[in-house]
Design a protein around this ligand. Structure first.
Ligand SMILES: *Cc1c(COP(=O)(O)O)cnc(C)c1O
Length: 380
């Protein structure tokens, strides 16, 4: 299909022929598929039949992996039970016991925990370095290093990764690259097209977009995604059909949601920069020509007690997630960044006055007012 991005978001699923040719893709809520006879079963192994058993493959979960791969411009994709299991599958496709990974030290907390606490038990060693310092990356690479791991836009301080230079470094040192593109989404950034080998998403966030599903996607080079698919099957980290269906439904509106999310976030960031009681506003620049993302991180002045501010948020939800259609706020030091060492948090500027705003698709005037009111109320 040679559609443009916005068309691909809606038409990533194959048009089914024959009857019943449903307009919407049905939910294949089944653990297994049936065969006419032994020959028909054998046809599965010959690649002539697509489906055998849902852990191995299911139309709803395959659609999600393939849909995101299309939007990323990657040849192959797969879906998994969560963003974290997609990261694990991707890592295991590129490294094995005895290998070493160099990862950015400014990662999503769950990823940091997976890399620092679980991977060593698999015999995989990980070093965390400041990815703004290319020489530090170079110095950390060892003979057994296989992979560079980072995020296209980091969380919660929204540093925009210099993907071109990471790719250049990796090519020079013969390493694989893997990028978590959850915050930017392929609407804004397409790291595969910049030469990254593996792209990972927590589809729980903008891909699903409605805070009603936990899912992950891995997309990238054909051979690596094929290896990762074997890991998903053999380790049992597949996604359920209904969750795949929900995430696909979300994906269809990615472009229209992102357009509004991004517009609202830019307006909120600009307004909070002028708001008394807000010490700092983190909102990136130059993420893409379509805009700079939908997360705005704020640091409150000391005279605005964070406890009061959170209580004053009115209709804005206080949560441990992001990227839904409704505006929400989260508290990184208590949630996503709880496991990041205090020393790293301090260096990055992740402190107790820091809140991450996931800007929704409501009317921007209501969003701005909610935040201005919350500052005003918590001051008094
Ligand atoms: C949420 C998140 C993850 C983990 O995804 P789950 O779906 O919760 O497993 C990974 N990376 C980033 C950037 C995230 O925001």
């Amino acid at each position: 299909m040679d559609f443009n991005f916005d068309t691909k978001t809606v038409h990533f699923q194959k048009k089914k022929s024959g009857q019943p040719a449903t307009k919407a893709t049905p939910i294949y809520q089944t653990s297994a598929f049936t065969f006419e006879d032994i020959e028909d079963l054998e046809n599965f192994y010959k690649g002539k039949n697509d489906y055998l058993y849902t852990r191995v493959g299911n139309p709803n979960t395959d659609d999600l992996g393939e849909g995101v791969a299309q939007l990323e411009g990657a040849p192959k994709g797969l879906s998994t039970s969560s963003g974290i299991s997609a990261i694990m599958a991707g890592i295991l496709s590129a490294v094995k016991s005895g290998d070493h990974i160099v990862a950015c030290d400014d990662l999503y907390g769950g990823t940091y925990t997976l890399l620092s606490e679980e991977l060593p038990d698999f015999g995989i060693e990980v070093s965390f370095v400041d990815f703004t310092d290319k020489q530090a990356i170079r110095n950390t690479v060892k003979p057994n290093t296989k992979l560079l791991y980072t995020e296209s836009v980091t969380n919660p301080l929204l540093r925009v990764e210099d993907i071109d230079s990471i790719v250049e470094l990796a090519k020079e040192m013969d390493l694989y690259t893997m990028v978590d593109n959850t915050f930017a989404t392929p609407y804004l950034v397409q790291p595969y097209l910049q030469g990254v080998d593996l792209i990972v998403h927590s589809a729980t966030k903008y891909i699903g977009g409605h805070s009603d599903v936990t899912a992950g996607v891995l997309a990238g080079k054909e051979n690596l995604v094929a290896k990762a698919k074997a890991k998903v099957i053999n380790l049992g980290s597949n996604l359920g059909p209904f969750d795949g269906w929900l995430a696909c439904r979300g994906l269809k509106t990615l472009s229209v949601r992102m357009e509004r999310h991004v517009k609202n976030a830019a307006l909120l960031a600009a307004s909070l920069r002028e708001t008394e009681g807000i010490k700092k506003v983190y909102y990136p620049e130059f993420v893409s020509e379509k805009g700079n993302g939908a997360i705005v991180t704020i640091e409150l002045e000391e005279q605005v007690p964070v406890e009061n501010f959170v209580k004053s948020l009115d209709w804005v939800k206080f949560v441990a997630t992001l990227a839904g259609v409704d505006t929400s706020v989260s508290y990184p030091i208590a949630t996503s960044h709880r496991s990041i060492p205090e020393e790293t948090r301090q260096r990055l500027g992740i402190n107790k006055q820091l809140l991450r705003v996931s800007v929704g698709i409501e009317d921007s005037k209501d969003i701005v007012e909610a935040f201005k009111n919350a500052v005003k109320k918590s001051l008094s």
